[in-house]
Design a protein around this ligand. Structure first.
Ligand code: BT5
Length: 252
């Protein structure tokens, strides 16, 4: 039992020059029964992944590609809202380096000055009813080469533009100092403990947005998130709740 406020130690740290995907590495560890507290970092990913088959651009030296494996004794329902709590932890780490204008975009982006600075990808393994394991994958731009940036189909930003000179090692350490205690406490605390901070950083609070699923589109006013992390959208006066797996959010 750790003293309250103490940061759990990571169990194993691996740093690669090049991997396909740091998430894939940690997922393989979790599936073979190891990997709790395992942290993998890479200089370059050849197949960095986003959600639903999308690509995460992470060429050599562009930033931080980080994955953490974590096992939970309990079903996957414990983890609702976890990707939002990860966003809050990242915003806290960036605040330690005075990175200005950091905001969160539901469910899994960190934005800065209206552009995407970092993305979060959670991948699950285990039987998901009695025990589950999660890979928390984070990609953050420090100095993205222009050639790589050309294939990103949305506005992006890197720390070189907004706050140059941050030590990558120090930022990784700050991220782990926020993420590890959050993961350790999450089954007890849940998203509720993170909700107010998330709402204070919400990029689109009160804005007109659209949510897109494979079959349908809803447009309305973004009204923050509920206690489980579901997005609340005011569609013609009716509040509807949406979960992160189903839809993507776009400014209207
Ligand atoms: C994400 O997906 O934003 C999750 C990204 C997670 C990447 C990390 S890196 C470490 C770990 N290992 C992995 O293999 N993945 C994780 P999504 O919300 O689906 O957003 C993907 C979209 O972001 C792409 O379709 C592009 O439009 C955009 N994008 C790609 N690369 C980007 C970059 N470097 N900076 C900003 N936007 C980018």
């Amino acid at each position: 039992q750790l003293a309250s406020g103490a940061v759990p130690l990571l169990r194993e740290l691996q740093i690669f020059d090049q991997v396909d995907s740091t998430n894939a590495r940690v997922l393989a560890g979790l599936e073979s029964g190891i990997g709790h507290g395992q942290v993998v970092l890479a200089e370059q990913q050849t197949a960095g992944r986003g959600r639903r088959g999308r690509t995460w651009e992470s060429p050599f030296g562009a930033g931080i590609s980080l994955s953490i494996g974590w096992q939970f004794s309990g079903g996957v329902q414990l983890l609702e809202g976890l990707s939002l709590a990860v966003g809050v932890a990242l915003a806290r780490a960036l605040a330690k380096f005075d990175v200005p204008d950091v905001r969160l975009k539901w469910p899994n982006d960190v934005w800065c000055r209206g552009r995407k600075l970092a993305g979060v990808l959670l991948e699950l393994s285990g039987d998901l009813t009695d025990r589950c394991a999660v890979v928390v994958g984070i990609g953050l731009n420090m100095r993205l080469p222009r050639a790589a940036a050309e294939s990103i189909g949305q506005p992006w930003i890197d720390l070189a533009e907004v706050r140059p000179g941050i030590s990558r090692n120090s930022l990784v350490a700050a991220m782990l100092d926020e993420l590890l205690p959050m993961l350790a406490g999450y089954p007890d605390d849940g998203f509720g403990r993170w909700r107010d901070e998330w709402l204070a950083l919400d990029q689109f609070a009160g804005a007109q947005v659209c949510l897109q699923s494979a079959q349908q589109r809803w447009c309305g006013i973004e009204r923050g998130v509920d206690g489980s992390g579901a997005l609340l959208l005011d569609v013609d006066g009716t509040l509807k709740a949406f979960h992160g797996g189903e839809v993507s959010l776009r400014p209207a």
